[in-house]
Design a protein around this ligand. Structure first.
Ligand SMILES: [Zn+2]
Length: 348
């Protein structure tokens, strides 16, 4: 059992021991998963399709001996080496191939979902899972060549990943129709680049898992509020559309000599967005058009008064009896466990 004595003043280790995280993408995500175990997270669901390749050693936390092993399995072993009592369930598969029912059965009881994948289709799939089941989620990614990083987090009440990235998603979908992929290549992203962004994302995951606890991690999510889009500058010369958005976001004067890099901004969605199709379908969000003379203005009519507040985990946690939906989830879970394509292991 991992000895967490020296973390107790900062982290609600009891909450973390009972917490379950679903991690999608165990390339860059492998060290992330292991560090969550070091911080006392007790239960893991790991999903990735890849096996460890020789080229992964330089950038991801695997060893030469792991080459040829599924990344989920190699990561599960590392987690167990840190905390033998951790429960690790892993799936060597493409999560996007699961039906909604199967996904809900396998991940519906997670406390936080972590998207550590560059694949936009998977990121959108994880967003739908999060919205459907009311599970907080975190997306972690690096921009090309590791020049900057991005973290988006969601919990009920906030703008979702799809709402925030609507433009990006449309571009990807248009490219996909032409059989092109716009997923950023991860070449040039070093272990240190990933490490900086992971460290910040790790704070947010621990914050979501222990929200409300009387320590700095327990207060973090409330302090962030609706600023759920974070950018981290890694290359001092990184700019977005010709602008140093980090310097501007922080209000740092041009003559400030101390400013160079490794800074983070946390932004809220300043625009009035149309609800994404997933929020319309899964959260019941609607926009209403109001004619103001020459202009038509769209505004949300029911934001916040939707399944965010009554559905998902909170509702099922509050229910004493098993609902038919939960029974169905259990049966789907059993079917998925029997499926030979779903490799999984409960401890070992
Ligand atoms: Zn949305």
């Amino acid at each position: 059992m991992i000895d967490l004595r020296r973390l107790k003043q900062t982290l609600d280790t009891e909450k973390l021991r009972h917490a379950t995280v679903g991690i999608f993408g165990l390339g860059g995500g492998t060290d992330f998963a292991v560090d969550l175990a070091r911080n006392g997270v007790g239960n893991f669901r790991l999903t990735d399709l890849d096996v460890v390749g020789a080229e992964n050693i330089a950038r991801q936390g695997f060893q030469q001996a792991d080459v040829g092993t599924p990344k989920v399995k190699a990561t599960a072993k590392k987690i167990k080496a840190v905390n033998a009592e951790a429960s690790v369930l892993y799936f060597h598969m493409d999560c996007t191939k699961l039906t909604d029912e199967e996904a809900d059965a396998l991940f519906g009881d997670c406390d936080v979902l972590i998207a550590a994948t560059d694949n936009l289709e998977a990121q959108v799939w994880i967003n739908r899972l999060a919205l459907r089941d009311g599970i907080p989620a975190v997306w972690v990614g690096l921009y090309p060549s590791g020049a900057a990083g991005e973290i988006i987090f969601w919990k009920p009440g906030l703008d979702c990943y799809h709402c925030l990235c609507e433009h990006r998603i449309r571009k990807h979908e248009a490219a996909a129709e032409e059989r092109r992929s716009l997923d950023p290549p991860s070449d040039g992203v070093t272990r240190f680049d990933v490490g900086i962004v992971d460290a910040i994302a790790g704070h947010i995951v621990l914050g979501l898992l222990t929200e409300g606890s009387d320590n700095r991690f327990g207060r973090l999510i409330e302090r962030l509020g609706d600023r759920n889009f974070l950018q981290i500058k890694l290359d001092p010369d990184w700019q977005l559309n010709g602008r140093d958005v980090i310097r501007r976001g922080l209000g740092i004067a041009e003559e400030c000599d101390a400013y160079i890099s490794w800074c983070t901004i946390a932004c809220r969605n300043g625009a009035t967005l149309m609800p994404c199709r997933d929020c319309v379908e899964l959260r019941g969000h609607r926009f209403e058009e109001t004619n103001c003379g020459e202009f038509s203005v769209f505004h949300r009519t029911d934001y916040g008064v939707d399944r965010d507040l009554v559905g998902g985990k909170e509702l099922s946690a509050a229910a004493d009896e098993t609902t038919p939906q939960e029974e169905e989830a259990e049966s789907v879970s059993k079917r998925a466990a029997d499926d030979p394509q779903v490799e999984q292991e409960l401890g070992f």
